[in-house]
Design a protein around this ligand. Sequence first.
Ligand code: AMP
Length: 190
Amino acid sequence: MNIVIFGPPGAGKGTQSNLIAKNFKLHQLSTGELLRKEIKNKTELGLKISSIINSGNLVSDDIAGNLIEQYISNKKYKNRLIFDGYPRNLVQAKNLDNLLKIHDQKIDIVLKLSVSLEIIKTRIIERKSLENRADDNEKIAIKRYETYENNIKPVIDFYKKSNLLKVVNGETSVSQISTEISRLIEGIKG
Ligand code: AMP
């Protein structure tokens, strides 16, 4: 089973992906996490993308696409991936479909975490003191939220058409959200 999860930055998709990965024995593929690692390790790619990420914009579709391809093409992860933070726009959604097709796989369910900007702002301020992520100040947080909103609408329509989309209320507690997600995944397993 392959799962896509998305939601605005600060919605808790990382936390939920981690729980799903554990519960359903999947591999969590977080493009944001992979990109932050590149920056931390000061790799060539990391140096190139740090200002983009820290200003709340998206890295290029090529860069993000290359990252996920490494996992999709790896037999170790076949039908065991949870895409956390990819796709972010329609080009990426189509690219994901193509890559999965090439490697004889598909998406089984798409989970959209819905959270309002107000709630996101409060959470980001809380997270800032916990994790000290450089990109998490309020101005950047709002920019990241807008970037998400502007790009994600066609992705939502794309997945609605293929009947894969499930909307989850992301404003409840971590455990309530996780229970709801597990129920939805169990539902498609049949
Ligand atoms: P995230 O941890 O998913 O919120 O991602 C953190 C940041 O990494 C985003 O604000 C983007 O700058 C970048 N990023 C993550 N995933 C992608 C993607 N699929 N396409 C472009 N940029 C991405």
